[in-house]
Design a protein around this ligand. Sequence first.
Ligand SMILES: [Zn+2]
Length: 452
Amino acid sequence: MENQTRLSEYLRVLQHLGYSHPSTRSNSAHRDRKTDEEIRILDTLAVALTSGTRGEVIATSFNKREPVTLLLAKNTPCDATDREAVQELVKRITSPQTQNFENVLPFLFVHCKVNMMNRISKLLKALKEFRSDLQTILGIHGPFSSLAEEFPGSEEYRAWKYGQRVPSFSEMLHDLLEDIQETARTLNIENPGQPSVDLFVILSATLSMLQSSRLLRLRSTTEPSVELLHDRINYVCQYSQGVDSLIVYAKHYFPNGIPCLWLEAPADSAETIFKLKSGYKIIIERAFHRTLFPDNVQELLHRQFPYKHKWKKSVVIKTRVHAEIQLVLYLSKAYFPLDPQRPHPIGTSKRSCMCCALWIREYNEQFSTYWMTSGSHGKAYPAWALPGVDSVDKRVREEVENQVIAAAKSIHLFPQSPRSDEFRSRNTGMAVEPASIGQLIEKIVRWRSGSS
Ligand SMILES: [Zn+2]
């Protein structure tokens, strides 16, 4: 219990500082083709089952012992709604009537509404930031190729939008951004009828054009807003492109449906409720194993600390074994021994947190396994429960302590600059024509029905 409390205190400090572990965000560049395909399918399954309730993360993996089963785990307890949702999703993706993601959208609009709206709203913010940086981005990106090379797959869009005329690269980019923004703003998932399905199809089609543009594909600039937009597009397109791949995969490998099993949280884990009361100075001093902070450093820390919120004197923590770790524990027993040369993919509805990434890495080293999620966002959560594998847990506690030391040092040496809201809300200076969306809907719907 003392180990869990100390760890949670360290994680609380890191979370408060907005600190994230400097490990890889995505490991997609290091995956072989088969692993990459499986991890994307598993990620999409997890996302398509996530409602968006606060704190909810779902993880998925295949138990490949015959009959192959889809295993699912959740940060929070699973209930009848979760069990019904997975049955309904599997029924939809394997149905002979299902052609593509459009047929699954009515389910997604109801089950994933909160998460979808959240992702679309983050996409809109990323578009705004991207547009405010556009002059700089275009300056770095050039020289430009032909529009066919800059925007592969945009022939129909260009023919509809410009006829015979050839627009400049920046005109086409501006138009595309505007059409995406207008579609995203108009889309109302709360009202999940056919007009919403059509709008989501349009959003997805226009996002695909931007996603495969040379500018975003090569990400030839180091502007963070380009990288951010790329990620946000991918997250929204998981509900279209991701679901399309899932349908093909499910129909090929599971034509008669997918047997599914939800895991219950392990009974012997450190899931518990307790209060954290230590002040941040004491916690940081504990990490350094000595009294610290001459007055000026302490003052600096004091100024830096209310990074996002005021430090509360006491908080109640309810720890949970995270979903991906529940799967590792269950499947490592079921599979043993595992082939250490072959990756064992785990899908997640959200990238793994700092402790899960550290724990899985250490578990793989100690037990010669090769568990892999799609990457980590590196953030710290005080409610992360020690999973109960002592030798692995110990290494994670040590590493988290090191991160507290690193974070405290970085505050002293490199004070963090606050995220600039002013920067985010700068006016783009581009006018939006409200009428354009109606024409776009009509044209793209006609183009799609003509081409399908
Ligand atoms: Zn985690």
